[in-house]
Ligand binder design. Sequence first.
Ligand code: R5P
Length: 308
Amino acid sequence: MRQEDPRSPAIVCGSGAERLGAEIADLLRVTPLESRLDRFPDGELDVAVDPAVRERDAYVIQSLGPPVNDHLVELLLLVDACRRESASRVTAVLPYLGYARKDRRTGPGEPVGLRVVADMLAHPRIDRVAVMNPHVLQVEAIFAVPVTIMSAVSVLASALLPPPATDDVVVAPDAGAIGLAERYSAELGLDRVAVVLKDRQSGTEVSVSGIASDGSGGDALLVDDMITTGGTLEAAAAAVRDSWGPGSLRIAATHPVLVDDAIERAMKLEPAQVVVTDTILHDDLPEPFEVVGVADVVASHLRDLTSR
Ligand code: R5P
């Protein structure tokens, strides 16, 4: 039985990050606090946290993968519960931040979903946010509280075996992923980054008008922050193969949202390897998918935050 210091960090896991949260707690040498998640007959969520959260530095760990709206409301309720139970500080730890793609309006009549989520989290008075590879780095400007950005690039890059050859090219599947592609190329010591010129028509449809690249050929490493329907990967892989011919393709993406037939769509591309993390849990992803754990990365950020 682990003897716990009542001043140690309190880990509260939401249902979207139960296994990852337990691994993070283990690395921090604490036991996650018990929390209850029920549902009222009308569908409303009914949660409670262990009162042992009182006067402790609380980390509410929740991934906003599907069902995203339930996970979001559960997070808000858990944070409010920690507050009302007098936690000394509450940090929302979001391995996957949903709604982050809507960081700006792309047409008339649209809301800014990311801003709405940031405002919702401000109400139960979150003190800090820690988020893994958010869709846009501007989350720091959108949240009013301090934001810690965690990255899975290093662990995903290390899982690419054999390591990419020096003439391989890192491919950003759209302009928004250029920064991410540059981080992979720096991590892997590669010189070439190509960008697919993608345009999104709807949540499921994208079109590609070309690929911007200095030179052609070489095997491709397609990188993205998330795979949702697989439409982006499909279009980007077609652009790479149309431009350079049939080199081998590998894929690295942080968040495996993987809805509808995304897994099958990815597999049809016959990639040599698809590395994703466990920010969203999937049991039994088929080969060539490989899941890389991020508990170590998160735990080391939480150690740092606890010491401040
Ligand atoms: C978009 O800008 C993102 O970075 C991803 O490329 C996109 O969300 C992936 O979605 P899907 O797999 O549905 O194309």
